[in-house]
Ligand binder design. Sequence first.
Ligand SMILES: [Fe+2]
Length: 418
Amino acid sequence: MHFIDRRRFLQSSSLALAAGYSRALFAAETPEFAEQPSFEPQGLFLTWQRDPTTTMTIQWIGKEEERARRPIWFARAGVDDWSQQTGSVRDFPMTEKKVFRTELTGLAPDTEYRFRVGLDSAEQRFRTMPAKATNPIHFVSGGDAGVGSHTEATNRLAAAQAPQFVVLGGDLAYENGRSPETFYQFLSLYSRGLREEKRLIPMLACIGNHEVNGSYDRGRDAAPFFYSVFDGLFSDTSYACLDFGDYLSLVFLDTNHNAPVGGAQTDWLAQTLKQREQMPTVFCFDHVPTYPSVRPVNFDDLEVGTGADNRKHWSPLFERYNVDAVFEHHDHAYKRTHPMLDGHIDKRGVLYLGDGSWGKLRRPATPEQRPFLAVSHEAYHLSVHRIEGDQRSHVALTDTGRVVDVCVTTKKSRLKAS
Ligand SMILES: [Fe+2]
């Protein structure tokens, strides 16, 4: 009996037999975990590829021999109903290492689970998302992280918000599709920093130029590290949608890195948003900003300059389906736009939040210089988002924890243009 404590097993067996209920034979299995952890899985982090109310994807990076006899053990917190599951193996590009991925499915919503990698690592925890948005949903977003000291500080600040998950809108590690060491370091910093004691905080992401060797108009092969850990969600395309039960959809877009903004991606976006007209909350995430706070834009002619493709192809769809906010990055500042409709400030329009300063910084234009900006700020920052009934609140924090912006919006009906 390799994994099961024999004494406990025999004890539970006799009890189960006494009860005449054979299924209980294995209900009280307790694996023989090491009293002192002797193995630490590297780059351990959580993400999702399917409904976060009932699934969790666990990934770590290591050598093939490290994975031998180390399945994922998991159980609901407080209940000794341990199960084990092995997962898939893929290459960690340009190295001898592998990415080990285990997707747990059929989980109970809004439930805390314990898990371990094998019997000899420390206990970790995760929590599934609730089945219904009856309680507030809260998460942290940002972009342009990197691996510097500011990244670590923002990681710590993010964890202190105890979010249910984190979304990074591109330019995660700045490995440029070429440096396994840099991507590995990014994952390690996230693994150590984005946790609430034992509870790991899942990470979702969209692709940015610094995931790609060549930045723009390249194939998936040019972004090997991004896909080595995120091709569960982005299995066929560089854009995807993740639905949380029937209350929240996150739409992840690609601003010309692996797929053109126009054409098939825009057709997919139109279909995706139309299918979610009844979804209470729809947020979109992209990397290159539609309304940039730093890079050049000519607001007398919105068909040129940074974000021109987004404005041409996506903004009409964001507006038509009245998405609740668009999160975008790349410019390394904090910005919030006024609600924008057809290139003009309009209270029926769409809110754009950004602009990617988790770990990188530039000086943004002021609202006087760019009238579409409601707020801009030169600061490392993250944003905390909360969905509570009809209200969505967005709070921007600097890396020192100072609040630089608070925005509360109320749910509007979709425009439903013909
Ligand atoms: Fe970027």
